[in-house]
Design a protein around this ligand. Structure first.
Ligand code: 5RP
Length: 226
């Protein structure tokens, strides 16, 4: 079985009748959306909130009722992927450019399950360039402020070679810092730069558990905040 699918299915099994569910973004989160769609078809009643337009369209295609997040004060469960997960459960997200909505929904959820294949596990974050969402106004100035923190920064580009634009109308600057020894400190430092909206660093404080899928179909559950 596909490692991503195996991890996604384990997390979806945690969803119960009547819950408000956050739908993550990316290929692993999409597997979770498909697995949830199958349960909805079997009669499970839930309400969902999507972290990207792509996930919203996929959910609707699979018959999952999607609501505006403003209708709720909190969510019961959020299931999302990650680009990197360290030993303590800190994450880098935003490879698909949905980090801002993903972070809002993860923080508003009582339980946050991360679904990854084993290639995403690292000792220390920093193998993957850290995505930072910035407003388009004076983005070049924000870029220089980020680079001054000591990273190798690059505007993310679309297939057409233009600046990639997020669902929120912003740009992404991918920042290669090398090993990130103190994710919480770096997150604060970056967010102090005017023009930065959000970073792809997710603290382990919001993570309930990480489900790691392996190519043979096994899934390891790493409990972070039970
Ligand atoms: C999107 C994300 C994704 O969850 C992350 O990029 C992982 O994606 P995939 O499951 O396709 O590897 O953060 O913004």
């Amino acid at each position: 079985m596909d490692a991503k699918k195996a991890a996604a299915e384990k997390a979806v099994a945690k969803i119960q009748e009547g819950m408000i569910v956050g739908l993550g973004s990316g290929s692993t989160a999409s597997q979770a959306i498909r697995a949830l769609g199958a349960r909805v078809r079997e009669g499970l009643k839930i309400k969902a909130v999507a972290t990207s337009l792509k996930s919203e369209y996929l959910a609707l295609e699979y018959g999952i009722p999607v609501f505006d997040p403003g209708e709720f004060t909190s969510l019961d469960i959020d299931i999302d992927g990650a680009d990197e997960v360290d030993e303590k459960g800190n994450l880098v997200k935003g490879g698909g450019g949905s980090l801002l909505r993903e972070k809002v929904i993860a923080f508003a959820s009582k339980r946050f399950f991360v679904v990854v294949d084993d290639s995403k596990l690292v000792q220390t974050l920093g193998r993957f360039a850290l995505p930072v969402e910035v407003i388009p106004f004076a983005a070049q100035l924000t870029f220089h402020q980020l680079a001054a923190l000591g990273c190798d920064a690059a505007f993310r580009k679309s297939e057409e070679g233009q600046n990639f634009v997020t669902d929120n109308g912003n740009y992404i600057i991918d920042c290669k810092f090398g090993p990130i020894s103190d994710p919480a400190w770096l997150d604060v430092k970056i967010k102090m730069i005017p023009g930065v909206i959000e970073t792809g660093l997710f603290s382990n404080k919001v993570v309930t558990a990480v489900f790691v899928g392996y190519p043979d179909g096994r899934v390891r559950e790493i409990s972070i905040n039970p």
